[in-house]
Write a protein that binds this ligand. Structure first.
Ligand code: 5AD
Length: 354
């Protein structure tokens, strides 16, 4: 590390803030020893707050029908090869029940922007989930909706909402999305969710097409000011049926570096070691945790639809990505010195199918 790198890293650790150009310098001049130094401090500050806990959330992918046409995404509306599905209310509630028995106390309902999942349908489902499992948090990840819609879902009992900002740079946003989507509406959604009392998650892809270190610096400045409850970052991975099919994927190295930086910017943030990270490297999740992440989100969707929620090529959905295999995931976390936090029934020790 040169002198300037050390000075910036130390100031990030003590002040939790740098100027945009300073983040850019940090990113452009990063090295293995800088990454190790930041990871060591990221792990230290996380340990002071969370000990060695890794939180788990059960992810139910409720449908892949989407009205949007994001250029990076495998379930974009113009992908004719995508085999579309929508789970029924009964299926969703059954997945949540199964998750409950496996020990999950947060379910995340994620899906494309599909008018079928109206406020009426979603509010009914949230109320049923909450009455079946009052001790569970319900997290939604259903894209952009109106203030009134977010308010109704919150009123019905939703606790948290995940909506990645994708990029904090307006022009970059426009390169990743079709003209009918807007950066301003994305930001409006995040602000509305916050104002309604949701715990809010934002996030972005690392190595997205057209992304520069200046854009990443803007993402970091955005995280400094927004202070999200959660921040989901994972490498961009191309999908073969999208306009970005020939773009190179993001790297595990830069993703882990940014996980450490984000942990240091906002120590209490929940940082998932994402599925995309697990997809690009077999030890991706472990490396994410060791860089400062503290959440994993195994897949609770019915096995019959899992392959259809293909946001990018080879997206993991079986093996240790599977909620049913939580005990194997737990072993992997234990092996690097971490404990999975759930209330656990014995059923967890049971079958593990892929
Ligand atoms: N590579 C990595 N992440 C992707 N996402 C969508 N498409 C891809 C891709 N090709 C992410 C987006 C979105 C989240 C649900 O998945 O950031 O917000």
């Amino acid at each position: 590390m040169n002198e300037r790198m050390r000075e910036l890293a130390e100031r990030l650790i003590t002040e939790r803030s740098l100027a945009g150009e300073e983040y850019q310098y940090l990113i452009e001049n990063r090295s293995a020893d800088a990454a190790a130094f930041l990871a060591e401090h990221a792990v230290r500050v996380r340990r002071e707050i969370y000990g060695n806990a890794v939180f788990v959330r059960g992810l139910i992918e409720i449908g892949n029908i989407c009205k949007n046409d994001c250029l990076y995404c495998g379930i974009r509306r113009s992908n004719r090869s995508c085999d579309r599905y929508r789970l029924t209310e009964e299926q969703i509630l059954a997945c949540a029940d199964e998750g409950y028995l496996l020990g999950f106390r947060t379910v995340v309902l994620q899906g494309g922007e599909d008018a079928y999942f109206s406020d009426e349908v979603m509010c009914g489902m949230i109320r049923q989930l909450k009455s079946a499992h009052p001790d569970c948090a319900v997290t939604l990840s259903l894209g952009e909706r109106s203030l009134e819609s977010y308010a109704a879902l919150r009123e019905a009992g939703a606790d948290r909402y995940l909506l990645r900002h994708e990029t904090a740079d307006r022009e970059h946003y426009e390169h990743l999305h079709p003209p009918e989507m807007s950066f301003d509406n994305r930001m409006r959604c995040l602000n509305d969710l916050r104002a309604l009392g949701y715990q809010v998650g934002c996030g972005f892809m690392v190595g997205a097409p057209f992304q520069t270190s200046q854009h990443l610096a803007e993402d970091l400045r955005f995280i400094e000011s927004f202070k999200p409850d959660m921040c989901g970052i994972g490498p961009f991975v191309p999908h073969h049926d999208t306009p970005f099919k020939d773009e190179p994927p993001g790297t595990i190295e830069l993703t882990c570096f940014l996980l450490s930086v984000i942990r240091l910017i906002y120590p209490p943030v929940l940082l998932p070691a994402t599925t995309a990270l697990g997809t690009i490297a077999p030890d991706g999740r472990e490396r994410g945790i060791l860089a400062g992440a503290n959440v994993v989100m195994p897949n609770l969707s019915p096995v019959s639809v899992r392959k259809k929620y293909e946001l990018y090529d080879n997206k993991l959905c079986t093996g240790d990505e599977s909620a049913q295999c939580i005990s194997r995931l737990e072993q992997r976390m234990n092996a690097i010195g971490y404990e999975i936090v759930t209330d656990i029934g014995d059923i967890r020790k049971g079958k593990c199918y892929e």
